[in-house]
Write a protein that binds this ligand. Structure first.
Ligand code: ITT
Length: 221
């Protein structure tokens, strides 16, 4: 088996046109962070609910990795919309819980609400001295022809004994950064500068700074 890197050109968007990209998430917090981070890129970012798009339902996340789940979401949306689609799959990995909830962060304890999941996490962490944790984000940009770009970001921190802060979403009020602030005490631009998703978005932005990056095609033989 041999890997070969080939270059090919990016189809669809003409260089002079604004690239239209669908944000393939139902999470409003992610939408706000993605819009803020990519505002300088010159893309037209469409929400899933954009009236110019057909009705789109995100697929079930049946993957066992962030990459698989992000690809499921991005590819489904790119195919239905006929436009590039950007998905994020992310999670919180807690050392004392052997990396849980990880890829299953949105379903931790089979609980539907973020508040319920946070209480569940606090309960599981009760009495634990090792409170180290990290957030992971994988961004997948899928083109309608099946080509994929992937970007990853991580941030290390620890789990607080109780919630702090009113901003952000999900586990943010329980995540303490090394500088002493909780992730929910940061504005959207402040969170972008230090967070897992902010780092992945910065990598995407750097790759697209001079237009769509040259395609790397891996062929298996
Ligand atoms: P989409 O699948 O529609 O994008 P989702 O919220 O279900 O939205 P995920 O499947 O990626 O997203 O699940 C990620 C889980 O991890 C979810 O419970 C989030 O609240 C949590 N999470 C991810 N990033 C986070 C962040 O920046 N701050 C706090 N919690 C986060």
């Amino acid at each position: 088996m041999q890997d070969m890197s080939l270059e090919s050109s990016v189809p669809s968007n003409k260089p002079s046109e604004k690239m239209r990209v669908v944000i393939a998430t139902s999470n409003e917090g992610k939408v706000a962070e993605i819009r803020e981070a990519l505002s300088g890129l010159g893309w037209e970012l469409l929400a899933l609910s954009d009236p110019s798009l057909p009705r789109i339902t995100l697929p079930e996340e049946t993957g066992t990795t962030y990459e698989e789940n992000a690809a499921l979401k991005a590819c489904a949306v790119a195919l239905i919309a006929g436009l590039p689609a950007l998905a994020d799959d992310s999670g919180l990995e807690v050392s004392a819980l052997n990396g849980e909830p990880g890829v299953f962060s949105a379903r931790f304890g089979n609980l539907d609400s973020a508040n319920g999941r946070n209480l569940h996490l606090l309960e599981k962490m009760r009495g634990k001295t090792d409170r180290a944790a990290k957030f992971v984000s994988v961004l997948l940009l899928a083109y309608p022809d099946g080509y994929l770009e992937s970007y990853r970001g991580e941030v290390e921190g620890s789990i607080l004994e109780g919630p702090r802060g009113r901003d952000g979403f999900g586990y943010d009020p329980l995540f303490l950064l090394p500088d002493g602030r909780s992730m929910a005490e940061l504005s959207v631009p402040e969170k972008r500068a230090v967070s897992h998703r902010g780092r992945a978005l910065e990598a995407l932005k750097a790759a697209h700074a001079a237009g769509a990056p040259k395609r790397e095609v891996t062929r298996l033989e």
